[in-house]
Ligand binder design. Structure first.
Ligand SMILES: [Mn+2]
Length: 332
């Protein structure tokens, strides 16, 4: 598992990241708003790396890390910017799983404009906003990139660290099922299980368990199912009323987009989530024919070829009309 196979540039960035982590102190580690399993795992993993190096550090997210992710690294705490838990100013910042700087959300206000940023990510749309950019587009998760970094740094891969890296791989590959599940992903997963990671326990905790609110929301959203383009586009939507009536949080919305995507014959599955009266978040999932990162980008969003997202100003009806038209064009 040699990083040099990724080219001199990647190896050089890994080396630069190694120096960045060893030469300074008092780091801030931040991932994207509404963190998923990879974002949370990567945040915790970088914390463990800094701890091994004897550095002081603070982990932060714009909001609170969802309860279910606390167990990824239970002895570490991620502060919430929105709850006012970040007071210091930071000069050395590590952004994980953020394709662009705006993904850190309001945490930007706690980062000095002259701060030195290490950007560690795997999104193809990453715009290299850091001073150092360790971006591996063929990596399944940011934790896969962190695996490269940790190996290159010569740090011991102990169980707490292995558990973080495995959780990112597990969640960003949908349980080692998505197309990003490369031979290398399985080799790394095998190594981590060899260290003692309990794969079935983590799969149950992070992939199988669902909340009652999620089921309530699913019940409501399924009644909105609509097909377009001769069954190649399928969509669901949820309104702010649905979310309130289901007592649902952002976490409870996760996975809903898989239902339209999984319908036989569907090329693009969509979920429209009303955020406010005139703000709609859209999740895109592609079966492969359409590069949905391009579609999302045309609306100011981003992501991967098969999974992306954007936010549209307007009513749900308007957002559906615009997005469906754009995908119909991409299908043609
Ligand atoms: Mn990720």
């Amino acid at each position: 598992m040699n990083v040099s196979s990724q080219g001199a540039d990647y190896a050089g960035q890994i080396a630069a990241a190694n120096r960045f982590l060893r030469e300074h102190d008092h780091y801030l580690v931040v991932s994207h708003v509404n963190p998923d399993g990879d974002a949370a795992s990567s945040t915790y993993a970088v914390g463990l790396v800094l701890r091994k190096l004897g550095k002081s550090y603070t982990l932060v997210n714009e909001g609170a890390i969802p309860d279910k992710f606390h167990g990824i690294s239970s002895e570490q705490n991620v502060k919430s910017w929105k709850n006012g838990e970040l007071s210091d100013a930071y000069t050395y910042v590590i952004c994980v799983d953020c394709a662009d700087y705006s993904r850190v959300g309001e945490v930007q206000d706690g980062i000095a404009p002259e701060a030195h940023i290490l950007n560690i990510d795997h999104h193809a749309t990453n715009d290299r906003y850091g001073e150092i950019n360790v971006v591996r587009e063929d990596a399944a998760s940011t934790t896969e990139v962190l695996f490269d970094l940790i190996e290159q740094m010569g740090l011991e891969m102990d169980l707490p660290l292995a558990q973080c890296l495995y959780t990112g791989l597990l969640t960003d590959t949908g349980g080692f099922r998505y197309a990003n599940t490369s031979p290398r992903v399985l080799q790394i997963a095998s190594r981590l299980i060899g260290i003692g990671v309990n794969g079935s326990l983590l799969a149950e905790r992070y992939l199988e368990k669902i909340t009652l609110s999620h089921i309530e929301l699913l019940k409501r959203s399924l009644s909105t199912l609509k097909l377009h383009a001769n069954g190649k586009i399928a969509l669901l939507y949820v309104t702010t009323d649905d979310i309130a009536a289901s007592n649902a949080s952002d976490e409870d919305l996760e996975g809903l987009v898989n239902y339209p995507r999984n319908i036989d014959g569907v090329e693009v599955g969509l979920l429209f989530k009303q955020r406010a009266h005139d703000t709609v978040k859209v999740s895109f999932r592609s079966a492969g024919q359409v590069d949905v990162s391009l579609v999302a980008r045309s609306f100011g969003g981003g992501g991967h070829k098969r999974a992306s997202g954007c936010t549209i100003q307007g009513s749900i009806e308007e957002a559906i009309q615009q997005v469906v038209a754009e995908i119909e064009a991409a299908l043609a």
